[in-house]
Structure formats: structure tokens, C-alpha cells
Design a protein around this ligand. Structure first.
Ligand code: NAP
Length: 251
């Protein structure tokens, strides 16, 4: 039996129709864990992710929910519990950017980013910890970002949300460590997804110079680290932030 295919484990990955979330859902499903795939707008991508999982012999369900809304989060976890079982591996991956220089940043750009990137993670953790504590086994993995560690001009809202996730991770790690639950953050650097597809060529070139690995990351680079943190082998890794950035930050 592999490290991820213990019976009765169930994963929920927010925003897993595409990008990093899709790769994480696939990696967990390939490890034998039934996965709840969540999307808010990208239905066809989410269905395609489900197809990939089925083709790989995995089990999944697809659920639409805006995870920034607490009532929708509640229903999402209820449905997952009913169809797959209580969530024991939670990956808070859904995220957005609304970039602009600070003086031009609109109130709603600040709020939208903080609400989805940070508050949604809190809502999902709150929904899942009781069942994890009951089972005395749980894994919470929050997808932060290297810019939550080092900052970035034009991304005050995004960086604040990603730094907030790190504080949230550490608090959960301290509060629930004795119940067999670990909480860790993964901080990706530059990963090729829709989120980074619009970067200007000159910015890509400058970023490439700052990556010792001399290439952008791919979603699977992040997914394999998440799969490790979700495994029994990572039982004693708690409250950490692991950068997956080709050596870009080394903080
Ligand atoms: P992406 O391809 O744009 O994916 C973002 C995901 O978030 C989508 O699946 C999207 O689903 C979901 N989402 C957005 N709003 C949602 C909502 N209200 N409810 C539920 N899901 C929602 O970007 P990505 O690069 O894979 O990003 C995944 C995570 O990695 C994010 O947290 C991002 O901040 C983080 N990250 C990415 C990079 C990078 O370089 N790509 C670097 C560091 C950190 P819908 O389309 O269905 O809304």
C-alpha cells in the first residue's frame, strides 16, 4: 500500500479545474485518494480534470462552489462528505490576482483578493477540522506564494493574502498538532499556468534570470510536494512553508 492510499482518506482541492489545483488533484487521485474537485467558473476544465482522473483509474466528484462564500463552502463539504466521505486532506489552492500599484488599488480589488485567497482558506479549514480531529488524522495544505515571503510591487493585496496564509498555517499547526493534523504551506515561485500566461516577455526574461533552475516551474512541480505533505511520510512536518521556486528565493 502506498503512502497515499490508506482507506477512507478523502481529499478536497479548491479551484482544481485547472492549473496547479488540477495537477494536485491528479497527483492525489493517482495515489489512491478519492478527490473532490471544486470550481467556481471553469466547469468544462473541471470536467476534463475528472476525465483525466477516471482515465488514470482514480475516483473523484466535481462540485461547483464559490469558496469565498461561507454558505457555499458549507454545502461543498456536506456534499463531499455524503458522496466520498469526510475530508481528511484539504488543499486550499483557489486564488486570484487583481494587480495594481498601491495608490491606484481599488477597495474591491483589495477585498476580493483577501476574501478568496485568505478568508476562503479559513472557511474551508473551519469546515474540515472537526472531522479530521475525530479521525485523529488530517492534512491541511495552503498554497501560498514566494511573494508572500518577499513582497512584490503592484501586488500589495496578493502578497498580504499569501503572507496571511502563512500565519494561518502556523496557527492551525499549533492548535491542532496534538490531534494528528498537520498544516503546512507551499509557496510556489513562477509556475506556468493561466495566472502567469499574460506576463510580458521582458518580465519573463528578468524572472528567468532570477531562477537558478533556469526554467519556469510546471504545476506538477508543486503537485509532487503537496502529495508528499499529504502522505504519512510527512507526519512530522508541521507549520512549515516550503518554497517550490527553482531556488528563486532561498529564504
Ligand atoms: P489558475 O490557473 O488561474 O487557477 C486558479 C484557480 O482558482 C482556478 O481553478 C479557479 O477556478 C480557482 N478559483 C478562483 N476563484 C474561485 C472561487 N471563488 N471559488 C473556487 N475556486 C476559485 O492559477 P494557478 O497558477 O493554478 O493558481 C493556483 C494557486 O497557486 C493560487 O492560489 C495562486 O495564487 C497560487 N500560485 C500560483 C503561482 C504561479 O506562478 N502560477 C505562483 C505562486 C502561487 P474557476 O476558474 O472555476 O473560478
Amino acid at each position: 500500500m502506498g503512502p497515499l492510499d490508506e482507506t477512507r482518506r478523502v481529499a478536497l482541492v479548491t479551484g482544481s479545474g485547472k492549473g496547479i489545483g488540477r495537477a494536485v488533484a491528479l497527483a492525489l487521485a493517482k495515489g489512491g485518494v478519492p478527490v473532490a474537485i471544486n470550481y467556481s467558473r471553469s466547469e468544462s476544465e473541471a470536467r476534463a480534470t475528472a476525465e483525466m482522473i477516471s482515465e488514470a483509474g482514480g475516483t473523484c466528484r466535481v462540485f461547483k462552489a464559490d469558496v469565498s462564500k461561507s454558505d457555499e463552502v458549507h454545502v461543498l463539504f456536506e456534499k463531499t462528505k455524503k458522496e466520498l466521505g469526510p475530508v481528511s486532506i484539504l488543499v486550499n489552492n483557489a486564488g486570484i490576482t487583481r494587480d495594481s500599484l498601491l495608490v491606484r488599488m481599488k477597495d474591491e480589488d483589495w477585498r476580493e483578493v483577501l476574501t478568496l485567497n485568505l478568508e476562503a482558506a479559513f472557511l474551508c479549514i473551519r469546515e474540515s477540522v472537526r472531522d479530521m480531529a475525530k479521525a485523529r488524522w488530517g492534512r491541511i495544505i495552503n498554497i501560498s506564494s514566494v511573494v508572500g515571503l518577499i513582497g512584490n510591487p503592484g501586488q500589495a493585496n496578493y502578497c498580504a493574502s499569501k503572507a496571511g496564509l502563512i500565519g494561518l498555517t502556523k496557527s492551525v499547526a499549533r492548535e491542532y498538532g496534538m490531534r494528528g493534523i498537520t498544516a503546512n504551506a507551499v509557496a510556489p515561485g513562477w509556475i506556468e499556468t493561466d495566472m502567469t500566461a499574460g506576463l510580458k516577455p521582458e518580465i519573463r526574461e528578468a524572472m528567468l534570470k532570477s531562477v537558478p533552475a533556469a526554467r519556469p516551474g510546471v504545476p506538477q512541480d508543486v503537485a509532487s510536494v503537496v502529495a508528499f505533505l499529504a502522505s504519512d511520510g510527512a507526519a512530522y512536518v508541521n507549520g512549515q512553508t516550503i518554497a517550490v521556486d527553482g531556488g528563486m528565493t532561498m529564504v
